[in-house]
Design a protein around this ligand. Structure first.
Ligand code: ARG
Ligand code: ZN
Length: 865
């Protein structure tokens, strides 16, 4: 396969601009007609042709200034249409035909589940019409949607300006969006939906109509999303002074969607999974996700739409920033602690893994084959961590001044990450030059902590703490430089007293590590000191801090920041599991269980922290502090630790469980914390057969999906007959609702059972399963590949092969989804050689496959290079 990578360094400004776009789209399943009228103007003096992108289009006609263009004035390439005109400004009319019904890749315009829908980011607009499909070409759009009257709702960006009948059987709606935008923000939706309406008055008194479109019969499940939208609108006014800028804001929920949601101007399109929620069918996590994704897309209206990206290498400009904004919003709406823990888990489970793989890239990538492959945890979540560090360094007020300056300078423009950094620079006396390396350097820095104790001349006891940084080479970059790292730090003794350093390097609980290493000293008589380093995960880094278990328990007891206390427990658990790995069959010593018992007693009334502290690190997180992993050995060690945990702490766990009363359901933070804690504890108890009854009882009594699913998850540890019975009951109840059934699919696919492939095959033949629906594929095949570590990594190679066989079929239908699910296979670097050989064998099969998409090709070829 010969595919050309694009490089950030090769950016050229567009040779032409397109001031207005007038689209006339007549919908038809197999013959949709698109007439596009463009106002073209040459940028500067040159005589290059106008090159438009196009993909899979049937070209019907081209006219320049009202005259059909004869063939010698244009060239049709594989994926381009070049117009050779000497005119500096002209009107270009292009007519093309497309077949939305045949579009299973769900990019461009597609027809699925009875609705027409578009997805243009990153480069889908070229599948609708010929255009300069790049984010730095901004145009004002007018869109007329024509369809058969059997399709009643015809939506596009902006405000509706006209509508009417065409003959007896067709009708049209015309839309105008006054804000110039890149084509990736274009959207069209047409179908028959239920509509929820509401309104919002902005802080300056403008009334905005809010409309939420959902599948027929799902109206009551849209209420929470609409309320979330209003909270997000208010929050952005309060925190950033940003108001909405059109008269109408529409959200459509669709069942077939490649990702979470899309921020098209004034017309967001959502995966229905991130809109629909009610007590019976949605878990607390689902409610949380709905609110945060609704907010994320809304916040894009300023960070993404009003100020957009110059080129796709700058994706983190809008995504890192918008994720940071939605995280801050969620923390304000729910709880700062559980949010931070949630997001740090994502970094440690997925982003660290990406950076350790052949797909490692800086948050601003240098080289891309298929842009869809770069909507990554690095660009999004590490990108958000980098924005968080700006926020930490500048403080909330400085950060706000920087944001104000960013909008003042760049509203209406397509800009770069450097433009963002420079706006932030204007708001601080700190020199951000070195800090900017976070944009160009990939990899996870490791901060090592050294603690030396000496007596000085006066016989005082001096503790010297040295922090060093080192970023291991990554597949894309062998040389690494020192980063500018804000390291949150607390020095405490074993009675909880805190200490300051002699050199005053610690300022506001923070030291700056901007060289390979730095040291500071603390005087302390008769005290043993514990350094709590990288508190609140103040930078996206790993820490090597050789603390003994007593110190970890001291941190749990006394650290000021609850996040640090949670983190100490995670490290403690990791240590214990390591101990069992090194000496299989060994028993964790009693003082550790005693320490945890004390911790439980100490936090009995703080169910939020307690619940989080009782979660043992996931297999995926454990992988990031290990190399040369033998999956079955690590899984066995993790399981042995969890079994001992349940046995040693049974009485304490039971007490916590019984003390939480099942108040009637509400989605409030207190109630969420209670359910969370109770279900975490239940999953531990599930490892003891005598508590099976509690699981079945919870399943029977549950009046909400959180507790139902909590019971089912716990049942994964029970004997298989109990699990099977509960699963069958669940299916009987929810068979009609595929979104809920996804949870059931995922539970089946993550079972560690000998008959796992028979099970998955059975799931793929389930009447509600379809390979064309990304949610279904993710919950069955994605769950297996990402989270069924023991079966996926089985040393007979069966898991790798099974996923590869599936991907070979899926790739022909939906390359974007296939390229997502191939990820675990490409992350072979951390595993023992026996695994690596088998994983690469399957990657080789993919690479050799004729007609492989460039999405999968890019990831597979990099990982075999
Ligand atoms: N901009 C969207 C969001 O994060 C996601 C678009 C993802 N596009 C893609 N091709 N994967 O809100
Ligand atoms: Zn986004």
């Amino acid at each position: 396969m010969s595919v050309q990578a694009k490089r950030r360094a090769d950016y050229q400004p567009p040779a032409f601009s397109i001031a207005t776009v007038d689209l006339h789209i007549t919908l038809h399943p197999t013959e949709t007609k698109v007439v596009s009228t463009l106002a073209i103007a040459r940028n500067g003096a040159h005589n290059a042709p106008l090159v438009l992108d196009g993909d899979g289009l049937e070209l019907n006609a081209i006219a320049v200034n009202g005259e059909a263009l004869s063939e010698e004035f244009y060239t049709l390439g594989d994926n381009t249409l070049s117009i050779n005109s000497e005119l500096d400004t002209f009107e270009l009319v292009i007519t093309t035909t497309i077949a939305p019904e045949h579009n299973k890749a769900l990019e461009g315009l597609y027809l699925s589940g009875g609705a027409y829908c578009t997805q243009c980011e990153a480069e889908g607009f070229r599948r609708i019409t010929y255009f300069m499909d790049r984010p730095d070409v901004l145009s004002v759009y007018t869109v007329t949607v024509v369809a058969d009257k059997s399709i009643p709702m015809l939506l596009a960006n902006g405000n509706p300006v006209d509508k009417g009948d065409i003959g007896a059987s067709s009708h049209f709606v015309k839309w105008h969006d006054p804000h110039p935008k890149p084509c990736y923000l274009f959207a069209l939706v047409a179908g028959d939906f239920d509509l929820l309406t509401d309104s919002y008055t902005t802080s300056s008194g403008k009334e905005v109509a809010l409309e939420l479109y959902v599948d027929k019969g799902k109206k009551s499940q849209g209420v929470f999303a609409l309320e979330s939208l209003k909270r997000a609108m208010k929050w952005d006014e309060d925190v950033f002074g940003l108001e909405y800028d059109l008269d109408i804001y529409m959200i459509v929920a669709v069942d077939f969607f490649n990702m979470g949601a899309m921020e098209n101007k004034g017309l967001n399109v959502f995966n229905s999974k991130f809109v629909l929620a009610d007590q019976e069918s949605a878990t607390d996590d689902d409610f949380f996700n709905v609110e945060s994704v609704i907010a994320h897309e809304y916040f894009h209206n300023w960070t993404g739409n009003r100020v957009t990206c110059r080129d796709w290498f700058q994706l983190s400009l809008k995504e890192g920033l918008t994720v940071f904004r939605d995280q801050q919003f969620s923390a304000d709406m729910t709880s700062a602690l559980s949010n931070r823990i949630k997001h740090v888990r994502v970094m440690r489970e997925h982003q660290f893994a990406e950076d350790a793989s052949a797909m490692s890239h800086p948050i601003r990538p240098e080289e891309v084959i298929e842009m869809n492959n770069f909507y990554t945890v690095t660009v999004y979540d590490k990108g958000a961590e980098v924005i968080r560090m700006f926020h930490t360094l500048l403080g909330p007020d400085g950060f706000r001044r920087g944001m104000d300056e960013y909008f003042k300078r760049h509203d209406g423009q397509a800009v770069t990450c450097d433009d963002f950094i420079s706006a932030m620079q204007s708001a601080t006396d700190l020199d951000l030059t070195q800090f900017a390396r976070w944009y160009s350097q990939s990899g996870t820095p490791v901060i090592s902590v050294e603690h030396k104790i000496q007596n000085d001349d006066n016989d005082d006891v001096i503790h010297t703490f040295t922090l060093s940084q080192h970023t291991p080479a990554t597949s894309d970059q062998s040389e690494k430089e020192s980063l500018y790292i804000p390291v949150n730090i607390e020095i405490i003794d074993d009675e909880g007293n805190t200490y300051t350093d002699n050199e005053s390097m610690i300022q506001n609980g923070m030291v700056i590590l901007n060289a390979p290493s730095m040291s500071f000293t603390v005087n302390a008589e008769n005290a043993s000191l514990t350094p709590v380093v990288l508190g609140n995960f103040s930078a996206p880094a790993k820490v090597e801090n050789p603390l003994d278990t007593a110190s970890l328990l001291t941190i749990f007891k006394y650290a000021k920041d609850p996040f640090n206390r949670w983190d100490a427990m995670q490290t403690l658990y990791d240590r214990c599991i390591k101990q069992i790995e090194d000496a299989p069959g060994c028993a964790i010593s009693n003082d550790i269980w005693e320490g945890i018992k004390q911790a439980i007693a100490q936090e009995q009334s703080n169910l939020e922290l307690l619940g989080e502290c009782l979660v043992t690190p996931s297999f995926e997180t454990l992988c990031q502090s290990r190399s040369n992993i033998n999956v079955s050995a690590l899984s066995k060690a993790r399981k042995a630790f969890c079994d001992q945990f349940a046995q040693a702490l049974e009485q304490e766990l039971l007490q916590v469980f019984n003390n939480i009363d099942a108040a009637s359901y509400s989605y409030t933070q207190d109630a969420v914390n209670q359910r969370r804690c109770k279900n975490v504890v239940l999953a531990h108890l599930a490892r003891l057969p005598q508590h099976e009854g509690a699981i079945v009882a919870q399943f029977d009594a549950a009046d909400n999906m959180t507790d139902t699913l909590g019971a089912l998850r716990s049942a994964q540890h029970c004997n298989s007959a109990t699990f099977d019975t509960l699963m069958a009951r669940f299916e009987a109840t929810w068979n009609h609702d595929p979104l809920v059934l996804d949870k059931w699919f995922a539970l089946h696919a993550t079972q560690n059972r000998d008959d796992i492939f028979a099970t998955i095959t059975m799931l793929c033949e389930h009447p509600q399963f379809a390979m064309s629906n990304p949610n279904r594929v993710r919950s069955v095949i994605g769950s297996f590949a990402f989270y069924n570590s023991e079966r996926f990594h089985a040393l007979d190679g069966s898991g790798y092969k099974f996923v590869t066989d599936y991907l070979l079929k899926l790739d022909a239908v939906n390359p974007q989804v296939a390229a997502r699910i191939v990820t675990p296979l490409t992350q072979w670097q951390g595993f023992a050689n026996e695994h690596q050989v088998l994983m690469k064998q399957q990657l080789g099969r993919l690479l050799n496959h004729k007609g492989l998409s460039k999405d999968v090709f890019e990831k597979v070829s990099k990982s075999l290079a």
